[in-house]
Design a protein around this ligand. Structure first.
Ligand SMILES: Cc1cc2nc3c(=O)[nH]c(=O)nc-3n(C[C@H](O)[C@H](O)[C@H](O)COP(=O)(O)OP(=O)(O)OC[C@H]3O[C@@H](n4cnc5c(N)ncnc54)[C@H](O)[C@@H]3O)c2cc1C
Length: 233
């Protein structure tokens, strides 16, 4: 069995970014994805040039959320200017298009390379092409040192993994062909967490001929808080 401080499931934009940050702070980190090719949504984002942030991205009135405080806290900790600094430090050329939108001059691929490099700086261990079959939150045995009284046990295609913390960054439901799944939603429901029904972030993209809005990009980061095992299907 392998042991880590943090296990992250999903190596998209959120998972890679999170892995880089926590690993560079000293956490022994594993990043797991069932896909072989990672960062596919980043690759197609912004028409292949990734609209990676917005100069007005810290204007809180721009965020639609049932919990407006989330954006405030997150953006205070990490405003767009810090991401821009990161992009500059990797010497990625960019330009402003409309209303503060920032795009790579060349290719989205540069953002994937940057996020990967940040995980490498933190010596993150990667497990790609690796599905998670079971998640259990178990109490630590007496004498088993750790930051809290519990740990997560994951049964994966590459063996059993134990971690003090679990981050689920498996993204939204759009485009299953490139790896999207409902994993985060099923896991959250299994552990009794409230799941807000997905709805379009950009209502203008809804199909005008249908009464049913198109589904797109729900937020699905969850923290697990119960000890019953979760099994894949
Ligand atoms: C066409 C298009 C254009 C876009 N353009 C932009 C843009 O220009 N700017 C912008 O900011 N946003 C854009 N977006 C949105 C942006 O791409 C997403 O919001 C962002 O990529 C989401 O990142 P994520 O890490 O949350 O999820 P994802 O990128 O979806 O990553 C989730 C990861 O989890 C993995 N995964 C899923 N299920 C499992 C499982 N069961 N086990 C293990 N791993 C699993 C997937 O393989 C994937 O690697 C665009 C989206 C699309 C579809």
């Amino acid at each position: 069995m392998e042991r880590f401080d943090v296990a992250i499931i999903g190596a998209g934009a959120a998972g890679m970014f999170c892995a880089g940050i926590v690993a560079q702070q000293g956490a022994r980190t594993v990043l797991i994805d069932h896909a072989q090719r990672i960062g596919e949504k980043i690759r197609i984002s912004g028409g292949g040039r990734c609209n990676f942030t917005n100069l007005q991205g810290d204007r809180l009135e721009r965020y639609a959320s049932e919990n407006p405080r989330f954006a405030r806290t997150a953006l205070r900790e990490y405003p767009p200017s810090r991401f821009i600094d990161l992009v500059r430090s990797h010497r990625i050329g960019f330009h402003e298009k409309h209303k503060g939108q920032l795009f790579c001059d060349d290719s989205s691929e540069q953002i994937i390379t940057m996020l990967r490099a940040e995980t490498q700086r933190g010596a993150v261990q990667w497990r790609t092409g690796c599905a998670v079959q079971e998640v259990v939150l178990e109490q630590r045995a007496a004498g088993d040192a750790g930051a809290s009284g519990h740990r997560f046990m994951l049964d994966t295609d590459s063996g059993r993994i134990a971690a003090d913390a679990l981050v689920v960054a498996t993204g939204g439901l759009s485009i299953p062909k490139i790896g999207a799944s409902d994993f985060g939603f099923r896991l959250a429901r299994h552990f009794g967490l409230k799941v807000i029904e997905p709805r379009p972030i950009t209502p203008t993209h809804a199909n005008p001929t249908s009464n049913t809005p198109m589904r797109s990009r729900p937020i699905s980061r969850v923290v697990i808080s119960r000890s019953t095992p979760w099994r894949s299907r």
